[in-house]
Design a protein. Structure first.
Length: 151
């Protein structure tokens, strides 16, 4: 005998709906949080897990995970939980400084910024500049919020 699932629904407060709509907008730099907000908004609109998964190009498992997290902790639960390990050792200020320098013209008489010049100017090691530059390349280096890539 086949089992039938009851369709769960969620009732959002006006404040939750406004916050989710803000998070779902393109102003939110974190793509994952944007998708999670869309998951909850589609749920509130009456979409099933399968419909939400198809609409958002993700798995039903992901839909279920974020619906459950939202049930547990509301809008704040849509952010990633802290991960184990050492905290970042490079400050946001240093990353911002590196980004600003990379996007600025190189010093007069040089055709481009080198990792050695960037390291000397920022006080970071050359290997750190190389590693951060690689992360920027992987992410396209076109975001105003690229410093979030390193935190």
């Amino acid at each position: 005998m086949p089992t039938t699932r009851t369709k769960r629904s969620v009732n959002l407060t006006p404040e939750q709906r406004m916050e989710l709509m803000r998070l779902a907008s393109h102003e939110t730099p974190d793509e994952a949080v944007r998708v999670r907000a869309h998951i909850i908004l589609s749920w509130a609109a009456g979409a099933t897990g399968a419909q939400s998964a198809a609409l958002l190009n993700t798995s039903r498992r992901t839909i279920s995970k974020w619906r459950a997290r939202f049930d547990e902790g509301g809008v704040n639960a849509l952010w990633d939980r802290p991960r184990p390990g050492a905290p970042p050792t490079i400050s946001k200020g240093k990353v911002s400084e590196l980004l600003r320098l990379r996007q600025s013209p190189p010093p007069i008489g040089t055709p481009r910024w080198t990792t050695r010049m960037l390291a000397k100017r920022t006080g970071l090691s050359q290997s750190t500049v190389v590693r951060l530059s690689a992360k920027l390349r992987d992410r396209g280096d076109h975001s105003d919020h690229a410093e979030h890539a390193f935190m």
